[in-house]
Design a protein around this ligand. Structure first.
Ligand SMILES: CCCCCCCCCCCCCCCC(=O)SCCNC(=O)CCNC(=O)[C@H](O)C(C)(C)COP(=O)(O)OP(=O)(O)OC[C@H]1O[C@@H](n2cnc3c(N)ncnc32)[C@H](O)[C@@H]1OP(=O)(O)O
Length: 153
């Protein structure tokens, strides 16, 4: 099955969270399921916060990259364009907020589910949650902004 990240051109596929070209990264893969997007990720023992529980920074990064992928795909869809087609719509995180509702147990697959809350102009707001064994443990919101030509200047 084709993940949203499979459409990222190689020259923008180095992100630590979602870049297929980053050997040290999470390399998450996000799929569209109806109105929702879904990422599945199994943390390793070295992603520990407190023994038995997942480090919150990892959980935040899963929400982050799940959100930017959801945003890019939504914007392509809104423009009626094939995902990944040129000119490439590159989204970066303008803002990330995360609420840790419950400790997230380490040792199994996590499911991240997201949906677009708002799509307007150069900005897409995505809501996403992390579920462990069907229980929502983390809820977050990503404001993704289309990367300006002046990025980094
Ligand atoms: C599917 C196929 C795809 C193909 C190919 C895709 C490639 C996909 C590559 C993915 C790559 C991975 C991405 C990983 C996620 C990172 O980790 S990205 C790294 C962390 N983020 C950054 O470094 C971003 C640094 N910040 C910036 O560059 C700039 O501040 C920003 C965010 C681009 C905004 O700059 P700007 O466009 O000049 O600012 P502006 O026009 O004022 O903002 C645009 C909109 O965003 C809003 N906004 C800006 N900042 C904020 C904020 N902090 N809070 C809330 N709203 C904000 C503005 O209010 C505005 O909204 P509207 O007024 O239009 O409603």
């Amino acid at each position: 099955m084709q993940a949203i990240q499979d459409s990222y051109p190689d020259n923008v596929a180095h992100c630590y969270g979602c870049g297929s070209q980053n050997a040290h990264g999470h390399r998450i893969r996000t799929f569209q399921e109806g109105e929702e997007t879904v990422t599945r990720f199994t943390p390793e023992a070295y992603h520990t916060a407190i023994p038995g529980f997942v480090y919150g920074g990892l959980l935040a990064s899963l929400i982050d990259c799940h959100g930017t992928a959801t945003a890019a795909a939504a914007r392509y869809r809104a423009e009626g364009r094939e995902i990944g087609s040129a000119p490439v719509l590159r989204f970066v995180t303008a803002s990330l907020s995360v609420s840790f509702l419950k400790p997230t147990p380490l040792g199994g697959e996590l499911e991240i589910r997201g949906r677009v809350k708002e799509l307007r102009g150069r900005k897409v707001i995505v809501e996403a949650s992390v579920f462990a064994d069907g229980v929502e443990t983390v809820r977050g919101e990503v404001v993704a902004a289309e990367m300006p030509a002046s990025f980094g200047n």
